[in-house]
Design a binder for this molecule. Sequence first.
Ligand code: PGA
Length: 250
Amino acid sequence: MLPIIIANWKMNLNVAASAVLAKNLAKKLKRISGREVALCPSFSALYAVGEILKRSRLKLGVQDLFWENVGAYTGEESPKFLRQLGCCYAIVGHSERRQNFKETDGQVRQKIKSALANDLTPILCVGETFSERQEGRTDSIIMNQVIQALAGVDLIPSEHLVIAYEPVWVIGSGQAIEPSEAENAFKIIRQSLIDLWPLTIVKNNVRIIYGGSIDATNVKDFTTLDYFAGFLVGGASLDENEFVKIIESC
Ligand code: PGA
């Protein structure tokens, strides 16, 4: 599997600005090879960005989704409709959703299941808060989030999963975690997966990536880590030159 670099634009760009950035990135990354790149705009910009990406090698992703395909769920987004719109990836369980919208592990699991059922590759986000880290609970929190999110999910050979380790206290801080700590988290995630699924599935169908204040200056510290398979990039993905540098360093 190729390394994947995912842009999470969060709620930062309107439709016009998203379209401009998508166009510029598609142009600059026209000849990209050996890596996969996905852009996750906000809901309002999905269609416009999707139309631009149709003619490029970049993939479309969504920042969240609901677990039902259709029905009386005011304000929610159907995984089925998102797939029809051209989405390939769906971020699930981002810490901003867990914290601000009280998203639970059970809801994260439902979202993972419905994403897979609709041919969307989930990008499951896990990571500890600062207080959990201070209490020495980092490893158990990560392990628990992975197990809770994937309990009862049987990944089959045609399905894929991305797991992003994002220490919550590092997101948007401008200071990435020590690479050795990210490597430790990758190992814990991998071991948790091996406890759930056959090794061949873990090796061939799952990518473990890092997210949290990645930029063009620190990217190289992570690319050589064991089990490294890419990045989830927030702030630095809003700047096309910075984001292209990150991609080129992978
Ligand atoms: P950041 O965000 O790169 O701005 O820290 C990462 C994320 O929230 O996915």
